[in-house]
Design a protein around this ligand. Structure first.
Ligand SMILES: *[C@@H]1O[C@H](CO)[C@@H](O)[C@H](O)[C@H]1NC(C)=O
Ligand SMILES: *[C@@H]1O[C@H](CO)[C@@H](O)[C@H](O)[C@H]1NC(C)=O
Ligand SMILES: *[C@@H]1O[C@H](CO)[C@@H](O)[C@H](O)[C@H]1NC(C)=O
Ligand SMILES: *[C@@H]1O[C@H](CO)[C@@H](O)[C@H](O)[C@H]1NC(C)=O
Ligand SMILES: *[C@@H]1O[C@H](CO)[C@@H](O)[C@H](O)[C@H]1NC(C)=O
Length: 426
């Protein structure tokens, strides 16, 4: 009986939508919505500075002394093997001293075919993948796993598969289908949903993360038909045309919680006018030039001037090496410590503000009191900087250290980024 009523109700709704004139239908659909981002306190990855460094270096395939330094003595996941093995071992030496200090990964609720999962929104990748019931039970553990057989709208994409690997050697692979995906109350029908049948050990351990929502450009999507790439559209690409504005914004608080908003720019969340900078999307990232930086008020040319990308899935602000060196030369007691894997300093050091150019017209400022990523030791005497060098990797990656100080709008309509300075925190 209940089922019949439901079917009738849905049919009635469909009739109303179909009866609406095209122009009116458009205005009814246009809207905006918010998604909360909450702190994941169970995240075993990226909880300390070394992990955060390792993650961003491997995510972008950066090579160099750093990686080999960390490969020694560190266990890297082979994700297919890890899922099959299902051992209860955890990654070595990566337990944070102060997890609450450095907000390393954040989650937002997403509805897929009526099942709610906690997913990580990542502007540095383009796959929407989830834990699925195709995984062995020991890999699923406490996760919510998507069960395609319980979804009325799920359709298998015949022969399609995906395989993605991220920074810390973590990754996921599996099959692909389409379903209705609802975020913040707005639905996309036939959204490509990638169902993991193998995940890395670190995802197994991270019981709060049921998958990712990639928000970079669709060309980076890893779906293929076994022979060649058949990239699927991201949720944002699919929903863009139905939004009041073709944007999503990241408004991250210093504690790492915050809000993603789609379709609207909330001007009360930043000071002054928003500065707009065109992005170069040819690589699939939200990419732009960054040829200057400032330490305090002193503006300097970045001698390397690698392009930069805006990446909500990275914890640190990773700048060209010379920029990091110039910054920490102004911090008493700072040193680049090979063992820890980056710049550290006494936690009571006075840190100057840091600014990085976004395109030719805007300097994004991070106040000195928001630079620290985490303490390195239990006693909180030595701290790991949220600004680090890229060791000549040829790309700067502006992650959460920047997003906590800057309100950022990602505009998919004219492929630009909008920046506004967030109010200072005490
Ligand atoms: C599987 O687990 C066992 C026991 O924990 C371990 O010795 C072995 O190296 C693992 N195999 C792989 C391929 O990781
Ligand atoms: C890793 O395993 C050790 C020993 O089983 C345990 O004491 C520790 O709490 C674990 N760490 C994490 C992050 O799960
Ligand atoms: C892109 O769109 C925004 C919002 O409508 C506008 O303010 C900005 O000037 C545009 N930027 C570029 C680079 O076209
Ligand atoms: C955009 O980036 C690509 C590499 O990702 C580069 O080859 C190209 O020259 C860039 N275009 C502009 C206009 O800067
Ligand atoms: C270190 O900082 C953390 C987080 O602010 C705090 O919880 C902890 O008590 C501090 N430890 C010491 C020894 O001060």
């Amino acid at each position: 009986m209940a089922t019949l009523r439901l079917v009738f109700f849905v049919t009635l709704l469909a009739a109303i939508v179909l009866a609406a004139p095209a122009s009116q239908r458009r205005t009814i659909q246009k809207r905006s919505f918010k998604v909360p981002r909450s702190l994941n306190r169970n995240h075993p990855r990226g909880l300390n500075g070394a992990d955060a460094m390792r993650k961003v270096f491997m995510k972008y395939n950066f090579k160099g002394g750093f990686i080999s330094a960390f490969k020694n003595g560190e266990k890297f996941d082979d994700f297919r093997v890890a899922a099959q093995n299902g051992s209860a071992s955890n990654s070595s030496g990566t337990v944070a001293a102060n997890p609450e200090d450095n907000a390393a990964l954040f989650l937002s609720p997403v509805d897929i075919g009526g099942q709610t999962l906690n997913l990580d929104f990542d502007s540095g990748s383009s796959d929407l993948w989830v834990f699925s019931t195709d995984l062995p039970q020991r890999a699923i553990g406490q996760h919510t796993a998507f069960d395609a057989s319980k979804s009325a709208n799920f359709k298998v994409m015949q022969g399609a598969q995906f395989s993605i690997s991220y920074g810390d050697g973590s990754g996921a692979a599996g099959t692909v289908g389409t379903d209705t995906v609802t975020i913040g109350g707005v639905s996309v029908q036939n959204q490509a949903v990638e169902l993991a049948n193998a995940v890395s050990q670190s995802f197994v351990q991270d019981t709060n993360t049921d998958g990712l929502v990639g928000l970079a450009f669709s060309q980076l999507n890893t779906v293929n038909d076994g022979q060649q790439k058949t990239p699927q559209k991201t949720f944002f690409d699919n929903v863009m045309g139905d939004l009041d504005m073709p944007v999503f914004t990241a408004d991250l608080d210093p504690d790492g919680t915050g809000v993603y908003e789609f379709g609207k720019i909330d001007a009360t969340k930043f000071q002054g006018e928003m500065a707009w900078i065109p992005v170069n999307a040819s690589s699939g990232f939200w990419q732009f030039a960054s040829t200057k930086f400032a330490v305090g008020d002193q503006v300097m040319d970045n001698p390397t001037a690698s392009d930069a990308i805006a990446d909500t899935g990275t914890s640190l602000l990773l700048v060209d090496q010379a920029v990091a060196e110039a910054y920490y030369s102004q911090v008493q007691g700072a040193q680049n410590n090979a063992q820890v894997g980056g710049f550290i300093y006494p936690c009571d050091a006075q840190l100057p503000d840091m600014s990085v150019a976004i395109g030719d017209t805007y300097m994004a400022k991070i106040p000195g009191n928001q630079i620290t990523f985490a303490a390195v030791d239990q006693a909180n005497t030595t701290c790991f900087g949220g600004v680090q060098g890229n060791q000549g990797a040829g790309l700067q990656i502006f992650g959460d250290t920047m997003f906590k100080a800057q309100f950022v709008a990602f505009n998919g309509g004219n492929q630009s980024l909008g920046f506004g300075e967030k109010p200072p925190v005490a």
